[in-house]
Write a protein that binds this ligand. Structure first.
Ligand code: MRU
Length: 350
């Protein structure tokens, strides 16, 4: 994606360092940070400097490669095992993280030159992420008629992957093909990935859009303002139940009630066939501060954090929910559009 006329990926690695767009500062500041070792990359994932399933996966794959590069010649196995556990404990829900760590670890472990193999495998993984998202964009764009209005939740755009994104990729492809598309962007409290990140991406790409409060979904769907919903996924179980940012489930139930198609867009690396249903997907709970405080440039333009709730009250902050397959019209993958059923998922992914 182009930012100020220059092409960027969300995350990349050079000479043992991982470079990341600091998503906690967007849309107010555009800053690249450098994580010099796997511990720093882990911290970036935990603090959501990098976020979104695919981007987390890419960063985790690079972190695993960094661990192989850092490991002492004697005791390499113990070092990388410990690093693997550290990386896997950063965030629990996005399957792409576990997929990436395993892929880089296994690729390096069976090689005679594990350091080089780890770097090579991480680079291949990132190239695949880009290619998968590009395909999802092509396949998903066929669902968008000229003049379509699309609803989306959270950010499953370029920033959530290495490039293109998943839920937004069909929008970008359709717009490049000359179709007019309008996007309703859920703000996505508490961290506002919709209002801050999706809106920023769409603005950069000149796609007409509007930010809507999270609680406007049912109203807009009932008034047929939205032709179809496309959202991303953090983990998809073998039966099609899908974990995505908190609030997705409400939108999916409302979409079904009002006859609006509800699509998930995700690459194969987001499917976890070890989870038989959504009940097996671990849900991350984050700090109550994310609900109680908001941050951004204050009136003097300096970053400020302000309390937006009654002082003394606590908050509950589950970061994801699970949408049962029965509410999902279809899943747009890089291998095609499928109806969410165990048979279809096994055929295409297994
Ligand atoms: O907590 P985040 O920002 O890492 O949340 C993950 C997401 O970005 C969303 O759930 C998204 O819709 C799917 S990830 C492509």
């Amino acid at each position: 994606m182009r930012v100020r006329g220059k092409n960027y990926k969300t995350v990349w690695m050079t000479a043992g360092s991982v470079h990341l767009i600091d998503q906690t500062l967007l849309p107010f500041r555009f800053k690249i940070i450098e994580a010099k070792n796997h511990r720093e990359t882990c911290e970036a994932i935990r603090a959501m400097v990098v976020r979104g399933a695919g981007a987390i996966g890419a960063a985790a794959g690079f972190a695993m490669a960094q661990a192989f590069l850092e490991a002492p010649a004697r005791g390499l196995a113990g070092y990388v095992e410990k690093a693997r556990r550290r990386i896997e404990s950063t965030r629990p829900t996005a399957q792409n993280l576990f997929y990436a760590v395993k892929r880089v670890f296994d690729g390096a472990a069976k090689s005679k030159d594990p350091k080089q193999a780890a770097v090579k495998e991480a680079a291949a993984l990132v190239r695949q992420d880009e290619e998968d998202c590009r395909r999802i964009g092509e396949i998903g764009s066929r669902l968008l008629k000229d003049g379509a209005s699309v609803g989306t939740h959270c950010n499953a755009g370029w920033l959530a992957f290495v490039d293109y994104g998943t839920a937004l990729a069909p929008v970008y492809v359709a717009a490049r093909k000359g179709k007019k598309v309008f996007v309703y962007v859920d703000e996505t409290r508490p961290r506002s990935q919709g209002a801050r990140l999706t809106a920023w991406e769409l603005h950069n790409e000149n796609i007409p859009h509007v930010i809507v409060p999270d609680n406007a979904g049912a109203h807009l769907l009932s008034k047929k303002k939205i032709d179809l919903m496309i959202v991303g996924a953090d983990r998809i179980a073998a039966n099609g139940d899908t974990a995505n940012k908190i609030g997705t489930l409400e939108k999916a139930i409302c979409a079904k009630e009002f006859g609006v198609p509800f699509y998930i867009a995700a690459p194969s690396s987001t499917f976890d066939l070890n989870c038989r249903s959504g009940r097996d997907i671990p849900i991350e709970h984050r700090s109550e501060d994310e609900v109680l405080y908001q941050s951004g440039p204050g009136t003097r333009g300096r970053e400020e954090k302000i309390l937006v709730a009654s002082p003394g009250s606590g908050a509950l902050n589950p970061a994801f929910d699970v949408t049962p397959a029965k509410y999902i019209t279809g899943i747009i993958t890089e291998k095609g559009l499928i109806k969410p059923s165990p048979k279809n998922i096994k055929r295409i992914i297994g």
